[in-house]
Ligand binder design. Structure first.
Ligand SMILES: Nc1ncnc2c1ncn2[C@@H]1O[C@H](COP(=O)(O)OP(=O)(O)O)[C@@H](O)[C@H]1O
Ligand SMILES: [Mg+2]
Length: 302
């Protein structure tokens, strides 16, 4: 699958190079987490790569978004608007949900063959515009399926209630339907405030499984740091090494109880262990279990 760059500093490396083209990404965050900034960066990257961009804004007026983009240091935004490569759709939840039901198909036909970037910020009012959960699901599912025909889609979602609790129905439905899911966890009440990002899912890609601190900076926007991952990796490498070293220095006494075949299988298992998977593993416990497994095999064959 072809990757598109996210436009978010530091994020591509954590997503195996970027976002898969023609997929849907959901970005979840509480107020101030950086969702609108993220969406703007995503579209801007597309514009820089000569793709078209559609910004569907449900909360803020386009003029607000343009103003904030400029404050962020992205002065070139006007030129994309005037040459028609950046289009704003300014809608309310009900209005946009009506558009999805009545006019989206025609819009998609018109744009067929395009490779646009489409951002909808936030998707939440669209969900709230219909009552029943199954209707919400139908609506979002149809919207995502159709729009990704014409490009790579990014939806933001408002996180309400306590930060980190992603069980609200208006989060769960889009979370299930999206190809990729990114959580901007913003603890605004802590002092100093804390911002961390995690890629919760990213279909068909090897992605980071850790929380990464991020900041929002003028000129750059959302900037994700690898720090956390690096520290973890060092820990992981250590855990992996410990398991392997311990296996090699295992008491000859214990190993000698195994047949040559079982011993061979035991060593193969140890070799196959991936350091990535050994983060929270107790090396002794794991070794005992593997050893026990092959001893059982031994007994069965005896
Ligand atoms: N020009 C700027 N310079 C530095 N930080 C900014 C700038 N503009 C916005 N921010 C930061 O971004 C945050 C808001 O981001 P935003 O994308 O609007 O969040 P959300 O859409 O999730 O509510 C602000 O709280 C502020 O910390
Ligand atoms: Mg916003």
């Amino acid at each position: 699958m072809k990757k598109v760059r996210t436009g978010v500093y530091g994020l591509n490396a954590l997503m195996d190079g970027g976002i898969n083209e023609h997929t849907t990404t959901v970005v979840i965050g509480s107020p101030g987490a950086g969702k609108t900034t993220f969406a703007t960066q995503f579209l801007r990257r597309g514009l820089l790569d000569n793709d078209d961009a559609v910004f569907i804004t449900l909360d803020e007026a386009p003029s607000e978004i343009v103003k904030n983009s400029k404050l962020m240091g992205w002065d070139d935004i006007d030129s994309y608007i005037s040459d028609g490569s950046l289009i704003f759709v300014d809608a309310g939840g009900k209005q946009f949900s009506h558009f999805i039901q009545k006019e989206l198909a025609e819009f998609v036909d018109e744009w067929e063959g395009h490779n646009a970037r489409i951002a909808i910020d936030p998707l939440t009012p669209v969900l709230w515009s219909v009552k029943e959960k199954y209707e919400q699901r139908e609506l979002v599912s149809y919207f995502l399926r159709e729009t990704r025909k014409i490009g790579t889609v990014l939806c933001t979602l408002e996180e309400h209630g306590s930060v980190g609790d992603l069980s609200a129905p208006d989060l769960v439905i889009p979370m299930y339907l999206a190809d990729n899911l990114i959580h901007l966890r913003y603890a605004s009440l802590e002092s100093p405030e804390r911002r961390e990002l995690k890629i919760i899912k990213c279909r068909s890609s090897k992605h980071s499984r850790y929380w990464h601190p991020y900041s929002i900076m003028k000129g750059v926007g959302v900037y994700v740091r690898r720090v956390e991952e690096l520290t973890r990796r060092r820990g992981v490498a250590k855990a992996g090494k410990i398991v392997k070293e311990k296996a090699l220095s295992l008491d000859e006494d214990r190993l000698s109880k195994l047949s040559p075949t079982a011993k061979d299988n035991f060593m193969k298992t140890i070799d196959a262990l991936s350091e990535q998977d050994l983060v929270d593993v107790d090396p002794d416990e794991l070794l005992d279990l593997i050893l026990e497994e092959y001893s059982v095999e031994e007994k069965e064959h005896a």
